[in-house]
Design a protein around this ligand. Structure first.
Ligand SMILES: [Zn+2]
Length: 150
């Protein structure tokens, strides 16, 4: 058998395998959903049966300790359910309450605060004692007459 024959046979086999897997997936998916549906119907009928047994027990037409126990448990759960529903209703009716506005700051004190004497500031302008020329406070000599100023 030639190489090409081998290759085409391998391809044909993998196509068959893919088709098989696809069909298997479809089949199992369908069966799984049928199983789920039957389980749901069984649960539904059991639920009906339980309700009927509950009613007969309450009516005194069934005597069974086990059923009486289950029935009491159902009553307890129903009671808890009613309370919880009431709690839910109250929680749903709650409305947001604005928190009270913060208290305004106390009025500023009218008593003057003594900060002490203002800091001595160096004059930004000074005057020559000889010629009266005004110069920057940082000058050491009068630019007009050359007198040393301090
Ligand atoms: Zn001067």
């Amino acid at each position: 058998m030639g190489l090409l024959d081998q290759i085409s046979r391998t391809i044909a086999q993998s196509v068959d395998r893919a088709r098989f897997e696809a069909e298997k997936f479809q089949r199992t998916t369908r069966l799984q959903s049928e199983v789920n549906e039957l389980r749901r119907q069984v649960d539904s009928k059991l639920n009906e049966l339980g309700q009927r047994a509950y009613e007969l027990l309450r009516a005194g037409q069934i005597q069974s300790a086990t059923l009486a126990e289950l029935s009491a448990a159902v009553d307890q759960l129903r009671s808890a359910l009613v309370m919880k529903e009431e709690e839910l209703k109250q929680a749903q009716a709650e409305v947001y309450v604005e928190p009270p506005a913060p208290a305004p700051p106390p009025p500023s004190q009218s008593v003057p605060i003594d900060y002490g004497p203002p800091p001595a500031s160096t004059p930004t302008v000074k005057q020559c004692g000889v010629c009266g020329f005004q110069m920057p406070g940082t000058a050491m000599f009068c630019p007009n007459c050359g007198t040393r100023v301090t």
